[in-house]
Design a protein around this ligand. Structure first.
Ligand SMILES: *Cc1c(COP(=O)(O)O)cnc(C)c1O
Length: 314
């Protein structure tokens, strides 16, 4: 795959962070590429290498606004690997901005109903799909595999990350692959917090532990999930979140997406107020990208942001 653009660490200085005596920076993985953003570049890299070697297509799964599907379509196009997207929902979604891009980059789309989509992790269904689509390499939803975990773990080796170091690192969690990778290579003494952006319950914890085990990391401690930070569930957008996105973009020039990274920042700021971050901590928030997906929310975002009148926790 293409080499990523230089990844920078953006310091965030605010009275809030001064007041709590914490040093906060954002690792701008969104800067890797405007389309294969952030964590998706790391997660897709091993599958693309494998598919190129095997000269086979990559097949994967996602919803109509999936960042993963969008990134896969572009990365495949760009690396000469055919791609197939199994999309949950109706064929009329093919006209939305994300899937229009995917089709333009040559991704073959197959729409399946919710019932069928539930079989996406079933080996038999995957095998059948692979045969139907030229012995495609099947990558699970979100691109989360043990080799993706290894690839993500290299984030700790980025120059920006090595220079800065982190007592506490936070990342948003969808399928958990990114968190697993960051936990896998976590230096001794650093703590990692995952912020699930969907209602998930304890099964997320066991899923991530199982993934770490499969990737060869048997003993992984020093991390936890903040299970109450999803703000109502996946892709739920409220006025406070919208107002924070607007504020942070204007004041820090830090663009956030409403599904993942805005919930991450909100969760971190809440932690401060709850007294759960030790003064003197060096904190890194991982910007996992997702900005191309904002197109689906733009209108609601500005409407909601202007409706918010309370004080912002920023
Ligand atoms: C996909 C995605 C995530 C979630 O990554 P997982 O590895 O599935 O947990 C987080 N942030 C952004 C912007 C994403 O697109």
């Amino acid at each position: 795959m293409f080499e990523p653009a230089k990844i920078v660490m953006q310091p965030l200085s605010s009275r809030l962070y001064d007041r709590f005596g914490v040093d906060v920076s954002v690792l701008r993985l969104d800067g890797i590429h405007p389309l294969v953003s952030g964590n998706k570049w790391f997660k897709l890299r091993p599958a693309l290498e494998q598919a190129r070697k095997l000269r086979c297509p990559i097949l994967s799964f996602g919803g109509a606004w999936s960042n993963h599907i969008h990134a896969l379509a572009y990365a495949g196009f760009q690396s000469g690997v055919e791609t197939v997207g199994i999309i949950r929902g109706e064929p009329e979604y093919a006209a939305n901005a994300m899937l229009s891009d995917a089709r333009r980059w040559g991704m073959r789309l197959q729409f399946v109903d919710r019932k069928t989509y539930r079989f996406r992790d079933c080996a038999h269904y995957q095998h059948q799909l692979s045969l139907e689509h030229g012995n495609a390499l099947v990558v699970p939803e979100g691109g989360t595999t043990p080799s993706a975990v290894h690839s993500v773990s290299e984030i700790w080796q980025l120059p920006a990350m090595r220079e800065q170091g982190a007592d506490l690192l936070l990342t948003a969690v969808g399928s958990g692959g990114t968190l697993a990778g960051l936990v896998a290579a976590k230096p001794e003494g650093s703590r990692v917090l995952g912020v699930p952006v969907l209602k998930c319950g304890p099964e997320m914890l066991s899923r991530i532990n199982a993934l770490l085990l499969r990737a060869g990391y048997a003993d992984s401690s020093g991390w936890e999930l903040l299970e109450d930070a999803h703000r109502g569930g996946y892709a739920r957008l409220d006025a406070e979140l919208a107002a924070m996105i607007k504020h942070v973009d204007e004041v820090y020039r830090l663009p956030l997406d409403p599904v993942y990274t805005a919930k991450l920042l909100m969760a971190f700021n809440r932690l401060l107020f709850e007294g759960r971050v030790v003064a003197g901590s060096k904190v890194v928030l991982v910007h996992t990208g997702g900005l191309q997906g904002v197109r689906g929310h733009q209108a609601r975002l500005s409407m909601l942001a202007s409706a918010f009148s309370g004080p912002l926790v920023v």
